[in-house]
Design a protein around this ligand. Structure first.
Ligand SMILES: [Zn+2]
Ligand SMILES: [Zn+2]
Length: 286
């Protein structure tokens, strides 16, 4: 298949493993990436790939983990990117994500002193940083973007000037009326690209159908008009994880911002102020 360039693959919160040895990519909702790997990269296989960051190539390994198919018949593919702690990439990542590195290292050292056993360390929300992968036109090369705490702070102060609907219009319709200063702009553009890419990937997953009414209104007209909506407002939460986004038609989107129902995530249900309840018609990812 021809490979779509610049398609979102995965956003990973920076943790200790990422800074030293690699990451796992859950591919169940990563539509384009999944298609790209299908048939060509069976379980148990490994291949050399490059991650490209700021124009420099970093060699790493892509692995499709082997499973005992009898024991785990329903197990989904588990794709991993692996590198050594001394590799060029690991060294680079530790220098870029120096804040996460120092934060986790400090907690690790404290735990050793206190004799606390190994447990996963979570970076607190305000210091979180992200590693983001996109496709390139080459099957064995992937584009790496690093979103640092500094980038997020700039986006955060910029975005506070906008309403949630204005922000979502930017993401859905790729409006680029950035009034930011030049040095802020590169950071904001990087985060906008990620937001838009995550939303576009979900639109593909739902084949441009609304998760609330199940319809693809634009289909007869060959127009794709579904929009991404952030369950917890992005302008407040800065949360663009796919589990904070749903894909809905423009009618439902306007309505939701107008009448502000609450979303009951455990029952996948909207509760409207007048007592009306509406369950999601389709859901593959929440
Ligand atoms: Zn709808
Ligand atoms: Zn919305």
């Amino acid at each position: 298949m021809t490979i779509q360039e610049d398609t979102y693959i995965y956003k990973k919160e920076v943790d200790w493993s990422l800074l030293h040895e690699g990451l796992t990519i859950p591919i169940s909702i990563q539509v384009v990436f999944h298609k790209m790997l299908q048939d060509k990269f069976p379980r148990g296989s490994t291949k050399n790939i490059n991650l490209i960051f700021n124009g420099v190539e970093y060699p790493v390994k892509l692995i499709n983990q082997k499973f005992n198919a009898k024991k785990y018949p329903k197990h989904k593919d588990l794709i991993q990117i692996r590198y050594l702690p001394t590799s060029k990439l690991a060294v680079k990542l530790r220098s870029i994500f120096i804040n996460s590195y120092n934060f986790i290292k400090k907690i690790k050292e404290e735990r050793i002193l206190q004799g606390i056993k190994k447990r996963k360390i979570f970076v607190s929300d305000e210091f979180k940083e992200y590693f983001v992968l996109y496709t390139t036109q080459f099957e064995n090369s992937f584009l790496l973007d690093c979103i640092t705490n500094e980038d997020i702070k700039v986006e955060n102060s910029y975005i506070s000037k906008f309403s949630e609907e204005e922000f979502e219009m930017d993401i859905n319709y790729n409006r680029k009326d950035l009034t930011a200063k030049i040095e802020e702009k590169t950071k904001i553009v990087k985060i906008r690209k990620l937001d838009k890419s995550i939303s576009d990937n979900l639109k593909l997953l739902y084949q441009h159908k609304c998760q609330i009414c199940g319809l693809n209104f634009g289909d007869n007209y060959n127009g794709k008009i579904v929009e991404a909506h952030h369950i917890e407002y992005f302008t407040k939460s800065l949360n663009n994880n796919s589990d904070n986004i749903m894909i809905i038609c423009p009618n439902h989107h306007r309505l939701i911002h107008k009448v502000k129902p609450t979303f009951d995530k455990s029952n996948l249900l909207f509760l409207y102020q007048n007592g009306y309840q509406e369950k999601l018609a389709i859901n593959y990812h929440l």
